[in-house]
Ligand binder design. Structure first.
Ligand code: GDP
Length: 200
């Protein structure tokens, strides 16, 4: 599916008033700064999305990208959320997150799936745990993706993925590497499932 879609930058929203009019299913990408989110977006839909999201001034915005089929029909929207994790975690997910982020995640009806990126190379992080806990609390469907798995040997990979599953109480974690492309097809098929569900 991914290869048939073309990506187009829609807009950067700095407040709820700037969100695009709800239309096609939206998929949010979330993770701590440096987790590999831009690299994953790049592997999924191409350089353009990653570049836009890393443009200074847009790193605190929600960046929306529209994916269209070969007949230019909009099929999906990817929303790239600001990286978290540098500031101390407060009562909510992260004190540094602008106020419109949580309402987007909690209330946006078009939002069908949150893709939560965690780094497979480091122990499970409390900030990631907070996010997962909070998404559960608001009843939001999510998928945890473990990034940069190419840096690990087979044993270490198995061990670290198990630690992530255990710590965040997950049934499954999807291992990916933007560098080698491992897991990218699997992620696309999860996204594809969602698209076909929404057409039923
Ligand atoms: P972001 O801040 O979450 O957007 O993270 P980036 O995509 O900019 O990646 C942060 C750093 O991790 C960069 O140095 C990337 O080259 C590196 N990185 C990202 N994905 C991978 C991966 O799959 N494998 C390896 N080895 N490095 C990666």
């Amino acid at each position: 599916m991914g290869s048939r879609l073309t990506v187009q930058f829609l807009l950067s929203a700095l407040s709820a008033a700037q969100f695009p009019a709800p239309s096609v299913p939206e998929i949010a990408f979330l993770g701590r700064s440096n987790v590999g989110k831009s690299s994953l977006l790049n592997a999924l839909v191409g350089e353009k999305a990653a570049k836009v999201s890393q443009t200074p001034g847009r790193t605190r915005a929600i960046n929306f990208f529209q994916l269209s089929d070969e007949k230019h029909r909009p099929k999906l929207i990817f929303s790239d959320l600001p990286g978290y994790g540098y500031a101390k975690i407060s009562k909510s997910i992260s004190a540094e997150w602008p106020k419109f982020i949580e309402p987007y995640l909690a209330e946006r009806e078009a939002l069908k799936l949150c893709i939560c990126l965690v780094d497979s190379n480091i122990p499970p992080q409390p900030s990631d745990g907070k996010l997962v806990e909070w998404l559960r609390h608001v009843g939001r469907e999510f998928l945890v993706v473990a990034t940069k798995t190419d840096r690990l040997s087979g044993n270490a990979r198995t061990r670290n993925l198990a630690a992530i599953r255990r710590e965040f109480e997950l049934e499954a974690v999807l291992p990916i590497s933007a560098k080698t492309g491992a897991g990218i097809k699997d992620l696309w098929s999860r996204i594809e499932d969602l698209d076909s569900e929404s057409n039923n």
